[in-house]
Design a protein around this ligand. Structure first.
Ligand code: BES
Ligand code: ZN
Ligand code: ZN
Length: 492
């Protein structure tokens, strides 16, 4: 079990004007007047809600929040109006975000006990997730908390069943756990520390675990992984986890686990280099996902591979021009040591294939190019066959995580051209950076195996705060994997 239930969550079918909390949050859409339960609440407040709307102080715009004092007319201290935006555009992603926007505001005004009401039933899972995600505090090492707000008790107004509640808590706590891992600086979240977390998970959920240090990985033939690992003094590890739930399908998940990416000898500019502690976001999401696999115990098989290392320019570091022999036998010419993710993932992909993966998803903060293309609003998705790409894209949609597909045309193989080895780690000329990453990874997946690559470089870390989310790590990818797993289990 996920042990830390930080927040008390309950539900009630009580009238809004009877609930006793610090704030009753009600979600209203653009142009909407109080009706139903909210109209009754409005009446109890001598029309304070409809007056606020009439005066134009609340328009129901997306993420808008207005707090109204209840003046002891109801047991709760205040009512929080939260804008849901255009009702026709409202979906599960927005439900989660709108709940988050309400919570962010609630935290700022010191609310500890919060009730949330959304007329649209069946979005309770999203609401709980939105609440959890919004409460994440990135100020991990601040000795004095600035907005030390915390929601201690959440009341969902409606019929929340225990299963939905438990599922939402498990997924949200896992997501915040992933975000905490990513937020940890690289001197704390070393490969060894990630191995420690993997060990705890494997023990708790009885997964088969393999941990190879650099020398063991070298002996196994993981020359691509070891090539990158050589530049760092911090011990590197290749980790594999196996869960066997039965059935014909085996989902293979591979996460890029670069605990710090300096670029290596092809060193990065110093501006923003500190953010490269987030280059293990893919591996963290995969670990968080494995926790959920352990909780849910689906009737499919799940295998995971995590190449964990720093990318540093040490004395024995990989140099541009070096050639590596990967686990698959293919040779790789390194043109740029900063394109390290695809190199370590090459061995990760081969390894889940070896463990029997029939369907693969890799999660990686792989390219700056995906940020140029999509910014922080969507992850890049590429892969084959079309049906598997669509299945993963659907799962992402259900999870409220946006993805946008890039093509891989046969001609894109040109991006791999090397003079001395089978393939090079970057293309001979500029352009198509996202595709170049994917077409490289594709080389390490057999034709018959379904494979999807999610480039999360733009979505794993937010540079600025959003109304419903703090800046910093998002935990992206985890919820997509959960929805995917659930869908695969239904199919089997
Ligand atoms: N970890 C980076 C990609 C990245 C950039 C993640 C910004 C998050 C934010 C990756 O290893 C990298 O450096 N990629 C290079 C590839 C290039 C050398 C072909 C890039 O995108 O610049
Ligand atoms: Zn890099
Ligand atoms: Zn990187």
């Amino acid at each position: 079990m996920v042990k830390f239930e930080l927040m008390k969550i309950n539900s009630t079918s009580e009238k809004l004007e009877k609930i006793h909390t610090d704030a009753v949050a009600v979600i209203l859409f653009e142009g909407e007047k109080p009706s139903g339960k909210i109209a009754d609440l409005d009446k109890a407040l001598s029309n304070a809600i409809s007056e606020t709307i009439r005066l134009g102080e609340f328009k129901g715009r997306l993420y808008e929040t207005t707090s109204i004092f209840a003046h002891k007319k109801i047991p709760s201290t205040r009512v929080l109006l939260v804008g849901g935006g255009n009702k026709n555009e409202f979906d599960s992603r927005l439900a989660r975000n709108v709940a988050g926007a309400g919570v962010k505001r609630a935290l700022k005004i010191g609310v500890k006990k919060l009730a949330i009401y959304l007329e649209d039933e069946g979005r309770y899972e999203e609401i709980i997730e939105g609440v959890y995600l919004a409460t994440f505090d990135p100020g991990l090492y601040k000795t004095k908390k600035e907005d030390a707000g915390e929601i201690e008790e959440l009341t969902i107004v409606g019929k929340l069943n225990d299963e939905t509640k438990k599922h939402a808590i498990v997924v949200s706590e896992s997501t915040n756990w992933v975000r905490k891992m990513i937020n940890e600086p690289a001197n704390m979240m070393t490969p060894a520390k990630m191995v420690e977390e993997a060990r705890i998970i494997a023990k708790e959920y009885k997964f088969k675990l393999e941990v190879f240090n650099e020398s063991e990985a070298g002996k196994k033939g993981m020359g691509a992984f070891v090539g990158i690992a050589k530049g760092s003094e911090e011990p590197s590890y290749f980790v594999a986890l196996e869960y066997r739930g039965g059935g014909k399908k085996t989902l293979g998940v591979v996460g890029k686990g670069i605990t710090f990416d300096s670029g290596g000898i092809s060193i990065k500019p110093s501006e923003k280099m500190h953010e490269m502690k987030m280059d293990m976001s893919g591996a963290a999401a995969v670990l968080g996902f494995m926790k959920i696999v352990g909780e849910v115990r689906p009737k499919i098989n799940v295998v995971a591979a995590l190449p964990l290392t720093e990318n540093l320019p040490g004395g024995r570091a990989l140099k541009p021009g070096d050639v590596l022999k990967s686990f698959s036998g293919k040779t790789i010419e390194i043109i740029n040591t900063d394109a390290e993710g695809r190199v370590v993932l090459a061995d990760g992909l081969s390894y889940v294939v070896k463990l029997g993966a029939t369907h693969i998803v890799d999660l990686a903060t792989l390219t700056g190019a995906v940020i140029v293309a999509l910014g922080d609003q969507a992850s890049g998705i590429l892969g084959r066959p079309k049906s598997w790409v669509e299945q993963v894209a659907d799962a992402a949609k259900n999870a409220g995580e946006r993805v946008w597909q890039f093509p891989i045309y046969p001609e894109h193989k040109e991006l791999l051209k090397s003079e001395v080895a089978d393939i090079a780690n970057i293309p001979p000329k500029k352009g198509a950076g996202v595709i170049a990453g994917a077409v490289f990874l594709q080389e390490f997946v057999p034709e018959k195996t379904s494979w999807v690559h999610l480039d999360i470089a733009g979505t794993a870390w937010l540079d600025g705060e959003r109304p419903y989310l703090s800046r910093g790590p998002t935990g992206v990818g985890l919820r997509t994997l959960v929805k995917l797993m659930e869908g695969m289990e239904r199919e089997s």
